[in-house]
Design a protein around this ligand. Structure first.
Ligand code: UD1
Length: 429
């Protein structure tokens, strides 16, 4: 298994290109199941989760092709991929494919809407809380689906097609909103979703579905209206920049000091995060090409945060922010409200010398003057990158084990960081 070795203490200076967002690319790829036409996605990141979803879609009959590099394109970081689901060859998504990635459960929406049936294994995915799918299933039931669960599989049927309806999510769910958007786009009549997720990735998907022929209004607000179409066509859509990758590198610079342009980053996607970083003493400037992050002084001011659905502080940046707070000049409190059990990085940060105590869903971080390199273990995607950030600022050598988690969600992480002066390398095997 690959490891990442970091010798801490270097400042970061230079340019980091921001990739297309994993969490936008995945639902957009799944939307290709809704049409027999070609769905072309630009800026698809090269990640293990994307490759895994390609395998899952392939099982249903989706062909794909990748454009070669184009001379005018800026660097090698963007890929254009064409997806075509001419015929759906099976409506069953088996356990061995779905268990590897939770988001693959979302195929249930388009398969059910287009084929009138879907049999999908209950999901696996990151070990962060129980992450049930009850609201996804209730939403599909509201559209007229008949749903049973048997031997770990969800069987969904709507032989006469889905019908528009009103559905109020009891709790904000990103995946639930994606599934309902896709299913309702091929349902008869109008669907109204209340308490819908407002994440930029939801807007990216809604715009794609509109380009394919659905009529969706209100995406990006808690109330979304969808007028379904009889059939949907192909489209060409750009994946939005990755706001979690943006926030992660911003925190890395805030941690090590230096001056980095996050090229292609969109500040509107992470206003609360940038505001919070400013409070820690980090300088942030919005430039035409992206976001510039600078920190010169030594002091990191502690700031309390609580994770919330968009536009609040994202849970996917909680671990990284905790990494930053381990070096703050004082005590910070971090409360996780989106997932239970998303503090697995605490023990690993402690191995680097961090002082953190946990009480329920709140972590109290007492900033220390220095972290010291150690062997640490990545436990999930965002936790593992928090360890990398901490390692960049720690004295001496840090080895992050089990980096396959990083490869699921961060494109060319070592390359991007070492181009800015970090002493970081991957050790294979
Ligand atoms: C997505 C993101 C993930 C991010 C999360 C929250 C992708 C691929 N993943 O995950 O990176 O951390 O949003 O921003 O986009 N819930 C239920 N019942 C349901 C569905 C969800 O109780 O039917 C709960 C979950 O357990 C969790 C909360 O709702 O506590 C939010 O989950 P959700 O927004 O659905 O997360 P994902 O879409 O899986």
């Amino acid at each position: 298994m690959d490891r990442i070795k970091i010798i801490g203490g270097e400042q970061l200076n230079g340019i980091i290109p921001i990739s297309g967002a994993k969490n936008a690319a995945l639902p957009l790829m799944i939307a290709s199941l809704l049409t027999d036409d070609v769905l072309t996605l630009e800026d698809v990141p090269h990640l293990a989760d994307v490759e895994q979803l390609i395998r899952i879609l392939g099982n249903h009959g989706v062909d794909y092709s990748v454009n070669g590099r184009r001379e005018h394109q800026d660097g090698v970081y963007s890929r254009t991929v064409h997806f075509t689901a001419r015929n759906i060859v099976t409506t069953t998504a088996p356990y061995d494919l779905v268990a590897k990635m939770r988001a693959s459960f979302w195929v249930i929406g388009p398969l059910l809407a287009r084929e009138g049936e879907a049999t999908v294994s209950l999901p696996g995915g990151c070990a962060i809380g129980t992450r049930p799918v009850d609201f996804i299933l209730d939403g599909l039931r509201a559209l007229g689906a008949d749903i049973t669960i048997d031997n770990g599989y969800v069987h969904a049927r709507a032989p006469k097609g889905l019908k528009g309806a009103e559905y109020h999510f009891p709790k904000v769910t990103v995946g639930g909103t994606h599934v309902m958007l896709m299913a309702a786009s091929l349902a008869k009549g109008e669907t109204v979703l209340r308490n819908a997720a407002c994440e930029p990735e939801v807007v990216n998907l809604a715009e794609c579905l509109n380009d394919m022929g659905a009529q969706i209004t209100g995406a990006g607000t808690p109330e979304i209206r969808i007028k379904g179409a009889k059939s949907l066509s192909g489209a060409r859509v750009r994946v939005i920049p990755d706001r979690i990758e943006t926030g992660t590198y911003a925190m890395a610079v805030a941690m090590t000091g230096g001056d980095v342009l996050l090229k292609g980053a969109d500040p509107r996607q992470l206003e609360v995060v940038l505001q919070t970083l400013r409070q820690t003493g980090t300088q942030i400037e919005e430039e035409a090409e992206g976001i510039r992050i600078r920190r010169n002084s030594n002091a990191i001011t502690p700031v309390d945060i609580s994770t919330e659905p968009f536009p609040g502080f994202p849970t996917d940046l909680q671990a990284q922010f905790m990494g930053l707070m381990t070096r703050a000049n004082g005590t910070a409190k971090i409360t996780e409200t989106v997932f239970e059990n998303r503090f697995m990085h605490v023990q690993e940060l402690a191995r680097l010398g961090a002082r953190i105590s946990l009480s329920g869903q709140t972590a109290t971080i007492e900033g220390v003057e220095r972290l010291k390199g150690a062997q640490v273990m990545a436990t999930d995607l965002r936790a593992s990158v928090a360890l990398v950030i901490a390692g960049l600022a720690a004295e001496g050598e840090t080895t992050v084990n089990r980096v396959y988690h990083l490869d699921r969600g961060f494109e060319r992480l070592e390359e991007k960081l070492s181009a800015c002066g970090a002493n970081i390398e991957r050790i294979s095997g």
